[in-house]
Design a protein around this ligand. Structure first.
Ligand code: NAD
Length: 453
């Protein structure tokens, strides 16, 4: 690990990766390798958790292709030296900001959208002019292997290198000194990463998880709400960091909501029989999830196939924060429904727990929408939709508090891997004597005037 990092550092110090032309070339190369190897990518992800080609394209590859296109289109603008104004006290001078790459970066990915979550930060790091060591999640072993194959066989390892492995390998990597660590995963492991980074004062972006609520208020468009909610929740069998974890539904519309929910789940064919229904990643998670289902609270679903490693979309009713399913992030196809009468109380319950990664509000009521947006702190979200904010690369994506720190996508991704170097360039034509001896009251008054104080 030490050797990989030091050879990358030596290569970074040649300054080649800083050239805009070089960055554009690498982005084009990555794009074409992904496109020409789509078949391998589809095969690997199907072996890991039977994710369909349709879902893989829509929720992983399309986002990567878009990120590459976006970065190539905007790179010159993002990387441009930016002139800013100069204050009177520094007259005569000019001031500007130089975006510079941070250096040798470590990207640690999660398994649930293995291509997107591992490679989107890499695209941002390339755009910003860095070298990258990439550690995909070992839990999706086939996608990890295919990323290692494609990148390690086609890119200079001094520039991009995939290191496969689990906890021992990641721990060894984390002992090295990086210039940036970008981690996607659980808040628990996020803390380990943050501690390791602190030893070297390495900046981090932590993309973590949490329990993301969805509010369904009395005057929402219920049919549309249910349609969008069902897709957002059960896509990838609920193994989505920004999936609505649980629902608060206004008491008077709860029955109608539950009825519509059942028929929409059936219509969308999120079912064990559907061969395109994504598997749970492994037996450990299947067990964990099955323990979260309290049989007496099942309103829909509850069927588990251990041989197929699937769980039917399951809706739980009459849920309170005391239930087992409310004690941890679900990360699977189980939807607890809590009915509420008083929005104030519902908001308070959310605020008594760690800050969520996402929050969704299905409503036509401006006052209630604004109240939720103002009173709950969360990473990002959507009004009258779920998950789809991730698709807009103009929206910085990231958590807050327990759900993470920092953000990426689009220019935010470029910024995550960039240091903004501020320069004051002084003219030698004249020099004001204000700061020099002998000091006087008059000089102090001028300084105050120049500083607008
Ligand atoms: P995880 O934290 O178990 O693993 C993430 C990465 O950390 C993997 O590459 C793994 O090899 C490594 N790792 C695991 N244990 C480690 C340890 N002790 N020391 C060092 N490295 C270790 O997370 P996961 O199971 O892959 O993903 C699920 C979690 O990730 C959920 O909480 C989910 O919400 C979150 N997540 C967040 C986002 C986001 O964008 N914010 C996206 C996907 C997943």
């Amino acid at each position: 690990m030490n050797k990989i990092v030091s050879t990358q550092r030596a290569y970074f110090n040649t300054h080649e990766t800083k050239e805009i032309k070089f960055r554009l070339k690498q982005l084009t190369k990555l794009d074409s390798f992904l496109k020409s190897n789509e078949k391998l990518l589809y095969e690997a992800i199907y072996k890991d958790f039977k994710k369909s080609e349709f879902d893989t394209f829509v929720s992983e590859l399309a986002l990567l292709y878009h990120d590459i296109k976006d970065a190539k289109r905007n790179l010159k603008k993002w990387a441009r030296v930016k002139r800013v104004g100069t204050n009177m006290l520094n007259f005569p001078a000019k001031s500007y900001i130089i975006p510079e790459p941070l250096g040798v970066c470590l990207v640690i990915g999660a398994w649930n959208y293995p291509y997107q979550l591992t490679l989107a930060p890499v695209i941002a790091a390339i755009a910003a002019g860095n070298t990258v060591i990439i550690k995909p999640s070992e839990m999706a072993a086939h996608t990890s292997a295919v990323m290692a194959k494609l990148i390690n066989e086609n890119f200079n390892p001094n520039y991009l290198k995939v290191v496969e492995g689990g906890i021992p390998e990641t721990t060894e990597l984390l002992n090295q000194k990086f210039d940036k660590i970008f981690f996607t995963g659980s808040p628990q492991v996020g803390k380990t990463v943050y501690q390791a980074a602190a030893k070297h004062l390495t900046p981090v972006t932590l993309e973590l998880g949490g329990k993301s609520p969805a509010f369904i208020t009395e005057d929402c468009n219920l049919k549309m709400t249910v349609k969008r909610l069902v897709w957002a929740k059960f896509l990838n069998a609920g193994q989505t960091c920004i999936a609505p974890d649980y629902v608060f539904v206004y008491k008077n519309i709860e029955n109608e909501f539950l009825n519509l929910l059942k028929s929409e789940i059936e219509k969308e064919q999120f079912s064990i029989e559907n061969e395109n229904y994504t598997q749970i990643i492994n037996d450990r998670n299947l067990n964990r999830l099955s323990n979260l289902i309290s049989k007496e609270k099942i309103c829909y679903g509850g069927i588990i196939s251990t041989s197929e490693r699937t769980i039917e979309p399951t809706v739980l009713q009459n849920i309170t924060f005391d239930d087992k399913v409310m004690q941890e992030e679900i990360f699977g196809p189980i939807l607890p429904v809590i009915s509420y009468e008083n929005l104030e109380d519902a908001i308070q319950q959310v605020n008594e727990h760690p800050k969520p990664l996402a929050c969704y509000v299905f409503t036509n009521n401006m006052t209630e929408k604004n109240k939720i947006l103002k009173e709950i702190s969360f990473g990002g979200g959507a009004i009258n939709d779920g998950v789809m904010h991730i698709v807009n690369s103009k929206l910085p994506f990231g958590g807050v508090g327990n759900s993470g720190m920092g953000s990426y996508h689009g220019e935010a991704g470029f910024r995550a891997f960039t240091h903004y170097k501020s320069i004051l360039e002084k003219s030698n034509l004249i020099e004001l004597s204000l700061k020099y001896y002998p000091h006087s009251k008059g000089k102090l008054n001028w300084i105050k005037r120049f500083m607008g104080l």
